[in-house]
Design a protein. Structure first.
Length: 128
């Protein structure tokens, strides 16, 4: 069984905790960790845990480590933005658009940075 690598970030102004995982296969990680029973084959997924008091994060994003691409990171970041906005009670409108855009950029950068670190750890490169 392949090992998964995990990291957590907090989106400060919203006190929103996001768990980031890279693993060989998203479906296997979901089933092994009993997150839910059924899963389609996918390259990445974002799951909402906002109302689950048994975990210490609001959502989790899981990436299959052999399929991480810029557009996939941005795609999953958007799902996180939507979950965060919903949980904090704001919606996308003309007046909130700039907030959403900054949040999208922040989360995309945080995911990219953390995924790079996790890949380095996975590949045994802990010096950089």
């Amino acid at each position: 069984m392949d090992k998964s690598f995990e990291s957590e970030i907090i989106i400060p102004i919203y006190n929103y905790k996001l768990k980031i995982v890279i693993c060989s296969e998203v479906k296997d990680y979901i089933l092994t960790n009993k997150i839910f029973e059924e899963s389609e084959e996918c390259k990445a997924i974002v799951l909402d845990f906002e109302n689950d008091k048994t975990v210490k994060y609001n959502s989790i994003v899981i990436f299959s480590d052999n399929n991480i691409k810029t557009e996939l990171i941005a795609h999953e970041a958007f799902h996180v933005v939507c979950l965060l906005a919903k949980s904090r009670g704001f919606t996308l409108t003309e007046s909130s658009e700039e907030c959403f855009a900054y949040l999208q950029g922040y989360i995309t950068k945080a995911l990219t940075t953390n995924l790079l670190k996790l890949k380095q750890i996975k590949n045994g490169d802990t010096d950089s």
